[in-house]
Design a protein around this ligand. Structure first.
Ligand code: NDP
Length: 419
């Protein structure tokens, strides 16, 4: 029996909400709150009659801590699920602390305005000290560790697929497969085709910022940064086929480097087709990926925000996307003194997701782990106070929930390795 406040009603949140409504004995009451209330009302209307979860809706600007506090105080949830954007992570964490409520999200903090001088000073110091230049990092949310711990509250960070399930895979490998892990390669393959010349599978602004940034990986205790898309490999993905994949910086590398003892190298690869890369390079070259406002006919326009308006809404890709995703981790290391390799991954079919929850597999593979993470918090399986990433918790009940609720694992102990 629990009341959950979900903030955001986009592609990922819609899946998480639908999945919560499939487990009405745990998610007895849900409030969907977002910037555009009409979207929350439309989803609530669709679900009414098909679930015994009691759904209410609210309007909230999650950039405003006082609005959030008012909403949380009036709804009195057991958990706040932040499935809005990474820009709102800190305001929602502040509101949860003020109201004494547990918190979770699906992506680590990044500022909306990367030209803000006070943020930029901290960012530039971090780039110089840590050695990677992504706009997002865990330092902002790790700074809340003491506050959550002292309040006896849990904040679960990054509980989507990657970050999220990939870290549970790491914790699982360490618990059951290895005495020591030497290398981790996280492979994220989307073999889906939506038929558009160019579209992103989740929020375009967040997605394009991520993939146009320099790549980086963790090796022998420090970051190695390389130009965007400069490291390419080909891999044969189970049930998808051969794909080109490129090394990216990704947020879970940062926490895994701290939480997997003795790990020597962690890399992240994502597949991209040539058409996607050509479009992205062209948009970047003409300045359309910039986050800095430009004056146009008397208005301030942020190019990447304008581009978001032109691109297809990721939530609309569901009916048109065919094919499968394959996301997982390949490990090398030792067990009982002998070298060991292990690959754990999930394969998800875009059309099957659409039939179940009217969404493509990218939102599905993020929304289902968000629901399963909430399930872990609400049922007391994950309840250590403080601010934690997924690999810090017991992976077993979480992976069992994923197996049960739509993202079953596959395994291999003789995988092809990535050179
Ligand atoms: P969408 O853009 O589809 O949805 C975002 C939602 O947040 C919208 O409903 C939007 O409202 C709402 N929102 C935005 N700003 C505010 C605000 N200030 N106050 C209240 N609500 C707001 O994004 P996605 O669903 O694609 O992504 C959601 C999150 O999931 C992102 O943080 C993304 O980075 C993360 N993600 C994580 C992945 C993982 O594997 N871990 C993979 C994919 C995504 P409105 O409708 O008004 O715009």
């Amino acid at each position: 029996m629990s009341r959950v406040l979900i903030i955001g009603c986009g592609g990922v949140a819609s899946v998480a909400i639908r999945k919560c409504c499939q487990i009405s004995d745990v998610f007895t009451e849900l409030c969907i709150a977002s910037r555009t209330r009409a979207k929350c009302d439309a989803l609530a209307a669709k679900l009414t009659g098909s679930t015994s979860t009691k759904i209410t809706t609210a309007q909230v600007n999650a950039d405003d801590v006082s609005q959030l506090i008012d909403l949380i105080r009036s709804y009195k949830p057991d958990l706040v699920m932040n499935i809005a954007l990474p820009y709102q992570d800190l305001t929602i964490m502040d509101a949860c602390l003020a109201c004494g409520v547990n918190y979770m999200d699906t992506a680590n903090y990044e500022p909306e305005d990367t030209d803000d001088p006070s943020w930029r000073t901290v960012y530039e110091k971090r780039c110089a000290e840590a050695g990677f230049s992504a706009y997002f990092d865990y330092s902002w949310q790790w700074a809340y560790r003491d506050k959550f711990e002292k309040a006896g509250l849990t904040a679960l960070l990054g509980c989507g697929f990657d970050p999220g399930v990939t870290q549970a895979y790491c914790a699982y490998a360490l618990k059951h497969e290895f005495d020591s892990i030497d290398t981790i390669d996280i492979l994220d393959c989307n073999g889906g085709d939506h038929g558009y010349p160019f579209a992103t599978n989740f929020n375009p602004e967040v997605n394009l910022r991520e993939v146009s940034a320099p790549g980086s990986y963790w090796e022998n205790g420090h970051w190695v940064e390389v130009p965007a898309m400069s490291i390419k490999r080909e891999y044969h993905f189970d049930r998808v086929g051969d794909k080109d994949m490129y090394l990216l910086h990704h947020e879970e590398i940062e926490s895994l480097a701290q939480n997997i003892p003795g790990v020597k190298r962690i890399r992240f690869f994502m597949t991209f087709g040539q058409s996607y890369l050509t479009h992205m390079k062209c948009l970047e070259n003409v300045g359309m990926l910039s986050t800095t406002p430009v004056q146009f006919e008397g208005h301030d326009i942020v190019p990447i925000k304008f581009l978001k308006e032109l691109l297809p809404d990721p939530a609309s890709l569901g009916p048109r996307t065919h094919g499968k995703t394959n996301i997982g981790c390949i490990f090398t290391g030792h067990k009982n003194g002998k070298p060991h390799t292990y690959y754990i991954y999930n394969v998800c079919d875009h059309q099957e997701c659409y039939r179940e929850v009217e969404s493509q597999a990218i939102s599905y593979t993020t929304g289902v782990p968000a629901m399963c993470g909430a399930l872990m918090l609400l049922t007391g399986k994950w309840n250590t106070p403080g601010v934690h990433t997924v690999e810090e918790f017991d992976p077993d009940p979480f992976l069992m929930a994923l197996d049960q609720y739509g993202l079953p694992r596959s395994e291999s102990r003789t995988p092809a390795l990535v050179d």
